[in-house]
Design a protein around this ligand. Structure first.
Ligand code: MN
Length: 230
């Protein structure tokens, strides 16, 4: 089961997740971007941090986690982190009573892998937050990609990727591609499942969970209330 971008909307996600009857035999892969834009960023990050310690849960890293990590570690100036200002404020406030919090956040994010490869129904699947840069090579090896591209790439991936492995990604809300808020299979006739359905970031936004074995999916109610500009 893959889970698309949460973006700080933990409560609606957890009420959906509780209804899915997930067991220890199910492998759950979260595609990243747990934080920013919604108002439960810190709670979402702490929840995914605990959840990712379970052997059947993989929490991948998104560009928002990477940016938060870079800000806390001082590699990235906070003023450039527009959508994360609220999250940084939340962290700074909570750290006053819990001084180990920033270190715990750094450890949680450092533990998040960039991708996961596995076979499903006899086909190779690669799970990651955004994709790979396929502009000059239509089937690049994810192992040789810069971490930055894996969590940030957009058109260079979904307009140019031509490989046989099926990518399962989030990062770009399907609504931005002129689609209704449903997961997209074989985007633009490529081997890409795109399951970021906007969360709270776009007007028709919701959070999507997709079972790759049965191709059934589940969604929260519409939680998006704003129109985002990326
Ligand atoms: Mn993203």
């Amino acid at each position: 089961m893959a889970v698309g971008d949460l973006h700080g909307c933990l409560t609606p996600f957890l009420s959906l997740y509780a209804r899915l009857d997930v067991t220890d035999d199910d492998l759950i892969i979260f595609l990243g971007d747990y934080i920013d834009r919604g108002d439960e960023s810190l709670a979402a990050l702490e929840w995914i941090g605990r959840e990712s310690l379970k052997p059947n849960v993989i929490a991948l890293r998104g560009n928002h986690e990477q940016t938060l990590l870079d800000c806390i570690a001082g590699r990235f100036a906070n003023r450039f982190y527009g959508s994360g200002i609220g999250t940084l404020r939340e962290v700074r406030e909570a750290a006053k009573t819990d001084p180990t919090l920033p270190l715990r956040i750094v450890q949680t994010i450092r533990r998040m892998p960039l991708y996961h490869r596995m076979e499903i129904n006899g086909r190779e699947h690669i799970f990651c937050h955004a994709g790979v840069d396929a502009l000059s090579d239509p089937n690049p090896l994810i192992e040789t990609q810069d971490a930055d591209r894996i969590v940030w790439v957009r058109e260079e991936f979904y307009r140019h990727y031509e490989g046989d492995a099926i990518y399962v990604v989030g990062h770009t809300p399907v609504q931005f591609l002129g689609q209704p808020p449903l997961p997209i299979k074989r985007f633009d006739d490529r081997n890409i499942w795109l399951i970021d359905t906007g969360s709270c970031c776009v007007d028709s936004g919701r959070i999507t969970c997709l079972d790759l074995v049965s191709e059934k999916f589940w969604q929260t109610e519409r939680i998006g209330c704003g129109s985002m500009v990326f």
